[in-house]
Every structure is written in C-alpha cells, then in structure tokens.
Design a protein around this ligand. Structure first.
Ligand SMILES: Nc1ncnc2c1ncn2[C@@H]1O[C@H](COP(=O)(O)OP(=O)(O)OP(=O)(O)O)[C@@H](O)[C@H]1O
Ligand SMILES: [Mg+2]
Length: 325
C-alpha cells in the first residue's frame, strides 16, 4: 500500500510494529518508534483528551475506527492524517492502524473554505450596500414607500437565497429548505404551508431563481390571496420525473385555499413578468390560474445536474432579478 503507514499497537498505545511508509510520514525510524507510545504523534490537546487510546478502544469495541486529525512528526511539524484502526492482533499488539499523510488535500480544503467564507461575506455585504443605495436613491427621488419596501424585500429575497446556498457550502440547495426559507416570514402561529415532496437537490443558479419566483408568489398571496386572511393556507407539492431527453424535470404546484374570492386580474406587475420568464430558459415555465377559490401555479423546470452554473439569461423583468451566478 504505497503512501500508507502501517503500525501495530498494544491496548495501551505501545508501538510494536512500524511498517511501510511510517518512517517517511512521521520522520521516526522503526527503531525510534517501536516500544514508545503512539501518543507521541498526537497534538498536546488530543493527547490530553486521550484520543490515541480512544481510537484503540473504539476499534476493539466497534470493529473499526476511522478518524482524521492533525498529528506531529518527529521534527514537530504537523501532518494531517486520515487513519483507520482495525482490531487485528499481531504478536502482542491488539490493533493495526493504517494512515496516510493528506496534508496537501487538507490545506487545499481549508483554503477553499476560507475563500468561500470570504466570497459569502462579500456577496452579502454587496447586497446590503445595493439595498441601502437603492433605498436612499428612491427616497430622495420621492418614490412611494410601498415601492421602496417591495424592492427592498426582493433584494432581501436574493440575499436569503444566498444564505441557503452558504449553509450547504454552495454545493446546491435543498428545495424544501428554499421553500421554508422563502415562506418563513409568512408563517402564522400554526403552520400555514403544507409542503410535500421528495428531497430535491437544486443547482445554485436554479435555487436562486426558484427562490425569487416563490418570493413573488408568497408576497402576492399575502397581498391579495390566501395569506391575506388568518385562515388561509397554501399547499406546495412537488415531484420529479424524467423528460424526453432523460433529464430530471421538476414540477411544483402552489395552491392557495381559504382566501378571499379571486377574480382574474386586469393588470400584471413585476410578479407576473418574473413568473412568465424566469423558468423559460430551463425548458419549463409557470402557469398561473386565478380560480375563484384561490390562485394556483404550476412551476416546471429541467434540473441542472452538474457542470458550471448556468446563467438564467431571462428576458425582461427577470433579467433584472436573476443574479449572474
Ligand atoms: N395570490 C393571489 N390571489 C389573488 N389575486 C392575485 C394573487 N396574485 C396575484 N393576484 C392578482 O394578480 C395581479 C398581478 O400580480 P403581479 O404580481 O403581477 O403584480 P402586483 O403584485 O400587483 O405588483 P408587483 O408584483 O409588481 O408588486 C395582482 O395585482 C392581483 O390582482
Ligand atoms: Mg406581485
């Protein structure tokens, strides 16, 4: 096993064998290591916590113990090791531990997390700045407070979609988490949203688009629909299918109930324009029905599975609302 150290340990951590790449990784020769305690490779804090003995105990009790942590070389340098301890008696040793130096990978990963945090911080700051600039500009132009509030809420929706992505390390976002995030501010003392659907992992770009579309639906429901009265409720159901080209296709139903009687609108605003255009470029779209008993909308889109983030490139209103992720 190239690149791996193999060591045999007694129950108290005494080293009885020091094989393969153990010397290269730790700097300790077989002669220096055998007879001493494996604890010497552990950091002061881990040693104090008894981590070296805990690995042996766990391997004996549970049949294996995997762990990743910083260790110390002979010269005091640190190395990041992924190790596996197994209950394999060898002479008077009770376990064998196999580990590998994964310091470069660990450093790259730490760097990635650092950059991601920095990026997240900057994006959130930029959105907060945009929000403040927009608000000040509209205020000094004497723009109606309602317009300012709507615009601020839309920028907040973007910022909030971003939070969900950050929570999941930009790996994408869970659809239900997105829906809960968008609807949270509209919940009453008892849940007003009835959510049902299998777990769906969304690509970051689609997570943001869907989040903005849902924001328009929920604000409309609060202004005119089911959420404008205490007893109104919204049902959200979704499911996945495969489209003609074998791609995952999401269909989501938004159905309002218990609100005031609905009459088909005579004017359409930003909400309708966003709904009409945001999902078109995803081989999908949105259909809204203004039935007297409540508005319902069916959203559909082909799911982006992998590859670079796809810019939404929507037309009209959506162009202004979709972030260039
Ligand atoms: N959930 C709903 N229940 C009842 N009527 C609705 C609902 N959603 C929308 N409507 C009607 O459809 C119209 C168009 O909605 P749309 O979101 O396009 O514009 P808006 O909400 O009036 O303005 P904007 O979205 O620009 O703030 C609304 O003015 C309202 O009359
Ligand atoms: Mg609206």
């Amino acid at each position: 096993m190239k690149g791996y150290a193999i060591v045999a340990l007694r129950e108290d951590g005494t080293v009885t064998e020091w094989l393969a790449d153990a010397e290269r990784i730790t700097g300790l020769s077989r002669e220096e290591a055998v007879g001493t305690n494996i604890g010497r490779l552990f950091t002061e804090a881990d040693l104090a916590a008894g981590a070296h003995l805990e690995e042996i105990r766990k391997a004996l009790d549970e049949g294996r113990c995997e762990d990743s942590r910083w260790h110390l070389c002979k010269n005091g340098n640190r190395f990041w090791a992924n190790g596996l301890t197994l209950p394999l008696p060898y002479g008077d040793a009770v376990v064998m531990k196999v580990f590998r130096d994964e310091t470069p990978l660990k450093r790259a990963d730490d760097q990635r997390v650092l950059l991601l945090n920095e990026l997240n911080h900057r994006v959130k700051n930029s959105l907060a700045t945009v929000q403040s600039v927009v608000d000040q500009t509209l205020r000094s132009a004497g723009v109606d407070a309602r317009v300012r509030t709507d615009l601020t809420a839309r920028i907040m929706a973007l910022s909030s979609a971003h939070n969900v992505l950050v929570d999941q390390n930009w790996a994408g976002a869970d659809l239900e988490a997105i829906i809960r995030d968008v609807t949270r501010a509209f919940e009453g003392p008892h849940s007003r949203f009835d959510l049902d659907g299998a777990p769906v992992q969304l690509h970051p770009s689609q997570a943001v688009t869907l989040s903005l579309v849902l924001h328009e639906l929920v604000t409309n429901a609060a202004k005119y629909g089911a959420l404008s009265v205490a007893e109104g409720r919204v049902e959200v159901r979704w499911n996945l299918s495969l489209d003609a080209e074998g791609m995952r296709f999401l269909t989501l139903l938004w159905r309002e109930q218990g609100g005031p009687p609905v009459t088909p609108p005579t004017r359409f605003g930003f909400g309708s324009r966003l709904l009409a255009s945001a999902l078109n470029h995803q081989h999908g779209g949105a259909r809204v029905r203004y039935d007297p008993e409540g508005v319902s909308a069916v959203l559909s889109c082909r799911l982006v599975d992998r590859g670079p983030a796809v810019a939404m490139a929507p037309a009209g209103a959506a162009a202004a609302a979709s972030p260039p992720i």
